[in-house]
Write a protein that binds this ligand. Structure first.
Ligand code: APR
Ligand code: ZN
Length: 356
């Protein structure tokens, strides 16, 4: 089959017709991809800033159709439409039972790689490998959705929407009337913005270094937009000199995490949504953490429960309270993924979406 492959970090991705997929084993299903979004984490893996096993088939924001069940698997049945979850909850560990299934680590990667390229093993990015025509995943990673949800809409729910909206409603549990700052207005950032609007936060202040992204931020509900240089002055003005109740960092860099943290009020909360790299430490003095009671929260996959949150987000979309179509700036084929990585830095693309 056809798929995108990265052989060496820092090198461009290639498209290969020489990928092969093995049948699903016990506990697994085979899914035919129908749509997949291009997320910044895919690029970070290809550039070596996030860990990934090579050769890599990237892509972790996908939706498709179940086409085969492994031995003993009872569902989702063949024909089901599913969103792929890059953290499959096992359902039985302390995290799953304790209400934090996004932290489940019990579902291990398959013993035998699901993919080969030219006869050699290849590895599905984040266990799902959505930039290929098909993928074999743990059945618990295939979350069924209603048949009438367009695959394109379903795909973006699989990462950007759950991560961004989840950061607001699950991780931070923002109360109406809270002041919110969002640094980074890409595919994930605009979902933090629309999550904040949904939570009736005000003001919702968006910051990005690319001016064109600020127009998108406004369209998704930001009440004010700023360049990074304007932030320090404007933050004071917009919050009556206090600082923000909440600051969301959606870039994944120590510098912007510091910026977010410094923009919060005493007792305010910073949520780190961006996926940063292991060699980029963030420093805080012991005194500042103690003396101002500013809080710092991590956020993995929107602190969500994919078994209930995908459906919850789709209900909000159906009710017209989340704009998911508006996230999709352009449709590409697998051949366009390399170029979509480059377009990420430009102003006019929120999400490039691979259709099959
Ligand atoms: N200050 C402000 N904005 C910045 C800065 C900065 N120093 N550096 C980058 N940005 C902006 C970019 O201009 C872009 O609009 O951050 C945005 C990042 O958006 P995308 O590239 O679309 O990335 P996205 O897919 O939204 O992911 C954001 O979340 O899932 C993680 O790995 C992902 O860390 C990444 C983050
Ligand atoms: Zn992602």
């Amino acid at each position: 089959m056809r798929g995108v492959i990265l052989r060496e970090t820092g090198k461009p991705v290639e498209v290969s017709d020489g990928l092969a997929i093995r049948p699903p084993g016990p506990g697994e299903v085979r899914v035919r991809l129908r749509a997949a979004g291009v997320c910044h984490s895919d690029l970070s893996m290809c550039e070596g800033r996030l860990p990934a096993r090579l050769p890599l088939v990237p892509g972790h924001e996908g939706a498709g159709e179940v086409v085969e069940l492994g031995p003993g698997v009872t569902g989702p049945p063949v024909g089901s439409h599913v969103i792929l979850s890059w953290i499959p909850p096992c359902g039985g560990c302390a995290y799953c039972l304790g209400g934090q299934p996004n932290l489940c680590t019990s579902v291990s990667p398959p013993a035998e790689p699901t993919l080969t390229v030219g006869g050699e093993p290849a590895y599905a990015g984040l266990g799902v490998g959505c930039f290929a025509e098909e993928t074999v995943v743990d059945a618990r990673a295939a979350i069924p959705i209603p048949d009438d949800v367009p695959f394109e809409v379903a795909a973006v729910v699989g990462c950007a929407v759950l991560t961004g909206v989840g950061a607001v409603i699950n991780t931070a549990r923002v109360r109406p009337g809270s002041s919110v700052l969002v640094i980074g207005c890409g595919g994930v950032g605009v979902n933090v913005i629309q999550g904040a609007a949904l939570a009736a936060a005000a003001p919702v202040v968006a910051v990005d270094r690319v001016p064109e992204k600020l127009a998108a931020a406004r369209a998704f509900g930001a009440t004010h937009t700023l360049t990074p240089d304007e932030l320090r002055e404007a933050a004071k003005e917009l919050t009556g000199g206090l600082g923000f109740d909440y600051a969301f960092e959606v870039v994944g860099r120590s510098e912007t995490i510091r910026q977010a943290y410094k923009s919060t009020r005493r007792g305010g909360t910073t949520v780190v949504v961006g996926a940063g790299s292991a060699d980029d430490p963030v420093t805080f003095s012991a005194a500042e953490l103690f003396a101002t009671e500013r809080r710092l929260l991590g956020c993995l996959y929107g602190s969500g429960d994919v078994r209930t949150d995908f459906a919850r987000l789709l209900r909000l979309w159906r009710a017209g309270r989340l704009d998911l179509e508006g996230l999709i700036s352009r449709r590409i084929t697998l051949d366009g993924v390399g170029e979509a990585f480059e377009a990420m830095g430009s102003g006019d693309v929120i999400r490039s979406l691979v259709t099959f």
